[in-house]
Every structure is written in C-alpha cells, then in structure tokens.
Design a protein around this ligand. Structure first.
Ligand SMILES: O=C[C@H](O)COP(=O)(O)O
Length: 248
C-alpha cells in the first residue's frame, strides 16, 4: 500500500515573506494522516526547512542536475538540495521538459542523482492536449515511465506524478474516469517491471487540484495524493487539500 502524499510545488513563486504560509499550515499538518511536502524555489529551501521546525512537513527541490558538481552555471545538484534541508525533489516536470528541453534520459539521470543524494524523486509524466486528442495518452505516459525511471530505482525512493500538461494552471481537469484510466495504467506498467513492489510507489495526480475538487479526485482508483501548483501557495487552500487527502 502506497503512502499518501500532499505535495505542493511553488514553482518560481515566493520570497522569504511568503514563509508565513508555512506557519499558517501548522494546524493542517498536525492533523494530517498523509505526508505533506512543499517544494519552494531553491532560495527558500533552507529557510522553509528551518521554519518547519518540529512540524511534520517535508521540504523538496523542483529539479536537480544529474551531476554532483561542476561547471553547470545556474544549476543545482541533488546533494546541494539535501544539504539545504530537502528530502525530496521533483524531476521531469513538464515545465522543465518544455522550457529546458529535458528528455526522458535526462530525467532518469536526475533520478539516479537524487537517489544517490538520499532524496526521494517525484517523477512527472503526462500528455499534451494534442496527444490526448490523438488518443495516445497511455502510450505517451508508458514511454515516459519506461525512459525516466532508472531500472535500479527502488520503490521506496520514487513517487510518480501524473500531470496532464493541458490541465496545469488552466482550471481544467480530466474526468475522473480519465484520471482512473491513466493511474491504473501507470500502476500496471510499474507492476510489469517491479511486480508487487509497484504497489508501494505513490501515484500523485497533478493539474488544477483545488480544495473544491480534491475530495472526488482522491476517491479515484490508484490516486495516492496530489502534486499541487497554484493552490499550494495559500495555506488555506493547501490545508483544504491536505484535509481531503487525510479523509480519503
Ligand atoms: O506541479 C504542479 C502542477 O504543475 C500543477 O499545477 P496547478 O495545480 O497550478 O495546475
């Protein structure tokens, strides 16, 4: 049985003053029966981890380089994220794949680097709108999974997030049947490679998750939580999503 995770991705949003949102989450985190994770910009990882103090709140990065160090201006290594207090890192987000041309091979190398640094890698997959319209969603997701997860990665070290690109930040979501279809497919693809251990890999849905749709999404088969963008920036919204997952 996979752990339940409510993960927030602040993307390129937030300055130190916004860390008051962490204090405001304290009650929701204390009452949660799921893991709660926030992935702020790299500049806020250390102060957020310090702010989290004794709260049961994990802090993560949004990307990492495959190399441990070296001449990679503007990049950050998995070890640096861990050094700043991160326990997780998002890899292969569609915004990284689109903005930085990251391929499945790049993502697999980042996953290996993350695991080597002691981080849990949250591996993102998902189809574009054109791919959904062309009815190739399941193939696209299967090939992203096959290419982005290194064969040696243990289930305890990885999380998979299904994020349809067209649902990110748009207010649009797939139908519950469509989410179930993809999550069931991801579970069976993982099981084909890893057998029963695949059941331990948390599968998160991401794309316009809000307090108002969280309850129904968390009731879908093989949805173990969410990777939340916009609604993770405000403690009141993210708190509602954490409560919905805890009750699921
Ligand atoms: O990583 C998070 C996702 O891209 C979802 O973003 P969103 O909740 O703003 O649609």
């Amino acid at each position: 049985m996979a752990r339940k995770i409510a993960a927030g991705n602040w993307k390129m949003n937030g300055v130190e003053a916004d860390l008051v949102q962490v204090d405001a989450l304290a009650e929701a985190v204390a009452a949660a029966s799921c893991d709660v994770l926030l992935c702020p910009p790299a500049t806020l990882i250390a102060p957020m981890a310090a702010r989290a103090g004794l709260m049961d709140l994990y802090v993560g990065g949004q990307s990492c380089h495959a190399a441990a160090s070296g001449a990679h201006t503007g990049d950050i290594s998995a070890g640096m994220l861990a050094d700043a207090g991160a326990t997780h890192v998002i890899v292969g987000h569609s915004e990284r794949r689109a903005d930085h041309g990251e391929t499945n091979e790049d993502v697999a190398a980042q996953v290996t680097a993350a695991i080597d640094a002691g981080l849990i890698a949250i591996i993102c997959v998902g189809e574009t709108e054109a791919e959904r319209d062309a009815e190739v969603t399941l193939n696209v997701v299967a090939s992203q999974l096959a290419g982005s997860i290194p064969t040696g990665a243990l289930p305890a070290h990885i999380v998979v997030a299904y994020e349809p690109v067209w649902a990110i930040g748009t207010g649009r979501t797939p139908t519950l049947e469509q989410i179930a279809e993809v999550h069931d497919h991801i579970r069976s693809e993982l099981a084909a490679r890893r057998g029963g251990a695949a059941n331990d890999i948390p599968l998160l849905y991401g794309g316009s998750v809000k307090p108002g749709n969280a309850v129904e999404i968390f009731a879908v088969s093989n949805v173990d939580g969410a990777l939340v963008g916009g609604a993770s920036l405000k403690a009141s919204d993210f708190g509602g999503i954490i409560a919905a997952l805890s009750a699921a």
